[in-house]
Design a protein around this ligand. Structure first.
Ligand SMILES: C[S@@+](CC[C@H](N)C(=O)[O-])C[C@H]1O[C@@H](n2cnc3c(N)ncnc32)[C@H](O)[C@@H]1O
Length: 357
């Protein structure tokens, strides 16, 4: 009979931090997840949820703190669902994130020795967001809590830049609130998809530009407003951007040069016709968190463009897709970029080269 049960208090040692932010410990063969911990720490925790083979626990006390433990600056930390790592010194957050990418590529992707590089830091580790989406549930305005049924009422977010927090102050001063989500932007005129952290986005773009190199045809699949395509247009004879969002495609088209072509529609449908000769085509893939449609993977394996650059915001779907591509592509680099300091999210840019047939 397992002795782990809801309400039980245990002394645990944290082994590592899993993707999503919780610390992993083990007790009598049961994996126990304790948020707001750091590898190597000893903690006292109470089991709150039990499932076959694993349990969740609430942190009660840190009995042996890590040297990387810091005081979280936000008064809402642990109640607000936005941040997971404010208690961890920033350099350690970076090593935790690259380890999580490596773990996903090994476990889900089945890569024996994934070529994961150290995570590149964001220039700002607070105050970096150019937009936030708050939830309005009168009388509360804020983010979903660690208990997602609750909205945590807050008057500023330490991850947001000044202009975004000023917009939050203006929203809170309004008398009539319409319940639901509200996106507050540093630049309210911006249309279509835009990266959230401008400084880290430039670092990611520099990595992507280096990986994409140059050639005849660049297909920027999931191009948004053309953030990457614009930086690469001088290196390719033709640039084709694909996105199903009308506003993004309109924004991308606004300053398009003669050799750029932005097409609205589903990538799975538009990709086959967009590809140029295999040997001189580079495909950039920046899908949402759910990753690539199987149809996109089939097209790539069939047409075998020379080089792929895959930008992902979810290591698990990235690892799944890379393993599906492994029959036709070799993974050369996986470069995590910390787009979202203090949170559990990770952005990773990967370079793949077509294997000889
Ligand atoms: C993570 S964003 C990347 C945007 C762009 N690469 C950038 O850096 O600004 C993903 C984009 O994929 C688009 N998208 C999502 N699913 C799509 C699909 N099935 N076909 C085409 N576009 C899609 C969204 O509209 C969004 O612009």
């Amino acid at each position: 009979m397992p002795t782990v049960k809801v309400g039980l208090e245990l002394e645990l040692e944290i082994i590592r931090i899993i993707y999503g932010g919780a610390g992993l410990a083990r007790h009598e063969g049961c994996a126990i997840f304790v948020p707001f911990t750091i590898p190597g720490e000893k903690v006292r925790a109470r089991i709150t949820r039990l499932r076959p083979g694993w349990a969740q626990a609430k942190l009660l006390a840190v009995t042996r703190p890590s040297a990387d433990r810091v005081e979280p600056p936000c008064p809402w930390f642990t109640r607000c669902g936005g941040c997971a790592y404010q208690h961890i010194a920033y350099p350690r957050q970076l090593t935790i994130k690259s380890a999580q990418v490596e773990e996903a590529l090994r476990r889900i992707g089945k890569f024996a020795a994934p070529p994961v590089e150290p995570a590149l830091p964001s220039p700002l580790d607070y105050g970096y967001r150019n937009r936030i989406t708050v939830h309005i549930e009168p009388p509360d305005i804020g983010f979903r809590g660690t208990d997602p049924r609750q909205v945590v009422d807050l008057n500023r977010c330490l991850l947001a830049g000044h202009a975004v927090n000023a917009a939050l102050t203006r929203l809170r001063a309004k008398r009539a609130w319409r319940p639901g989500p509200a996106t507050l932007r540093a630049n309210p005129e911006a249309r279509g998809f835009r990266q959230v952290n401008d400084g880290a986005a430039e670092i990611l773009a520099a990595v992507v530009v280096g990986m994409a190199g140059s050639g005849q045809v660049l297909v920027d699949a999931y191009c948004g407003s053309g953030f990457f395509a614009k930086k690469l247009r001088s290196s390719f004879t033709r640039v084709i951007g694909l996105d199903w969002d009308d506003q993004s495609i309109q924004a991308a088209g606004q300053d398009a040069e003669a050799h750029e072509d932005y097409r609205r529609g589903d990538t799975a449908e538009l990709l086959p016709a967009a590809l140029g000769p295999a040997a001189t085509t580079v495909v950039l893939l920046d899908p949402p968190a759910q990753g690539l449609d199987p149809g996109v993977i089939d097209t790539l394996l069939r047409a075998r463009p020379a080089r792929l650059v895959y930008v992902s915001c979810d290591p698990a779907t990235l690892a799944r897709d890379l393993s599906r591509l492994a029959s036709g592509y070799q993974l050369l680099r996986a470069a995590p970029v910390d787009m979202f300091p203090q949170t559990a999210s990770i952005e990773t840019a990967c370079l793949l080269a077509a294997s000889p047939n």
